[in-house]
Design a protein around this ligand. Sequence first.
Ligand code: F6R
Length: 256
Amino acid sequence: MEVIILNNSVEVGETAASLIASTIHRNPRAVLGLATGSSPSETYLALARMVEAGTLNLSKVAGFALDEYVGIPADHPASYAAVIQQEVVIPLGMTASQVQVPNGRAQNLAKAAAEYERQIVAAGGVDVQILGIGRNGHIGFNEPTSSFASRTRVKTLSEETRRDNARFFDRPDDVPMHCLTQGLGTILDAGRLILVATGASKAAATAAAVEGAVSSFVPASALQLHAHATVIVDEAAASLLALSDYYRYTYANKPS
Ligand code: F6R
């Protein structure tokens, strides 16, 4: 796993965006896996600056969101369908039909999950998956003890995750109990994984994921099993990494 330690969240976003942009420059029809939440915001803002400057065009790109809450309307401002529209589709000059979000309103959620997996395969698979990390080590909404072989399915959100995401809702009790999320197996099928983490609240989860044992107890440790995973963090999120000097040294001396 490559670990890149930078000064702040803006640099983290710019570096993640430049990796994503180089994939799109190589392949204008690239398929992006899209995280939501606070972590990727600076990445999407940096991509939007490139689009505005005319150096990046996402008109042929396809996108698949990682997850969606179950049971809230698509136009609820905290629904990931709405967040993707506001933070990705509009600022990146895409059309809504280019980006898919799991259907958390489906009558038959198992069928919607299977259909989502089928759509990802039909698109040729995800080329670059953007990930955030939860304080408990989740990626997507794969909470601790999620199987590394899991596919898109319904999960129950942990109390910690519901508390953490209460900031997006009027009342803590409004945070849905369930979600549809790509599985760890789905995520590991992507060609490249880019995990962004910023702030001291992510330090313990980042250290466990990067340097701890590979364990379903820390779902993000699944990245250790991927051949092309990059973790981009700010100083605060890197603060508990035992090998931080080594990561800085290898990044500074990276072969061109
Ligand atoms: C959301 C997602 C989650 C978040 C994680 C961190 O699509 O995949 O794994 O990335 O909960 O959330 P923030 O970035 O809001 O701290």
